[in-house]
Ligand binder design. Structure first.
Ligand code: NI
Length: 169
């Protein structure tokens, strides 16, 4: 496995619409494994392929508690098939917007269809942090990051902070 460089704002790649994955093969599984290792090293709980420079519809996540067994999850061509009317607010962060956080409202529950690590069709009903996280990651596939939900003023402030951080590294 390999740790891949993570793209940060304001890289225009993060605005790209990711394209569907055509086949779940060993090459794709290698990318999934590398993305998982990259996410664990960051550390983070979710990562979209576009964040490592590959604008294809692929996500990895792991929401296991720190002292629990790892629970890697892979979502190929995920699609939102239902969202609840009820909203939930979480203080979100993003590996492409390091060290910045903001309260974001999203549907509290959702249903997602996707292909798993082996290319098998699956469906999941997500609630709580799982629901927030998968919607945040799905946004990446559509060129949206969480600061896009904020005012232009706030967004500009976050981008400047990230630019400064990246420069200092
Ligand atoms: Ni993110």
């Amino acid at each position: 496995m390999a740790i891949l460089p993570i793209v940060t704002v304001p890289d225009p790649l993060l605005k790209e619409i990711s394209t569907p994955v055509e086949v779940v093969d060993d090459a794709l599984r290698k990318l999934m494994d590398d993305m998982l290792e990259t996410m664990y090293a960051a550390p983070g709980i979710g990562l979209a392929a576009v964040q490592v420079g590959r604008p294809i519809r692929l996500l990895v996540m792991d929401l296991a508690e720190e002292d629990a067994e790892p629970d890697p999850q892979f979502y190929v061509n995920p699609e939102l098939t239902w969202t609840s009317d009820e909203l939930a607010t979480y203080n979100e962060g993003c590996l492409s917007i390091p060290e910045q956080y903001a309260d974001i409202d999203r549907p509290a529950e959702c249903k997602i269809s996707y292909l798993d690590y082996h290319g098998v069709e699956q469906m999941v009903h997500a609630t709580g942090l799982f629901s927030t996280c998968i919607q945040h990651e799905l946004d990446h596939l559509n060129g949206i990051v969480f600061i896009d939900y904020l005012s232009a003023l706030k967004r500009g402030m976050y981008v400047r902070k990230v630019k400064k951080l990246v420069k200092e590294e």
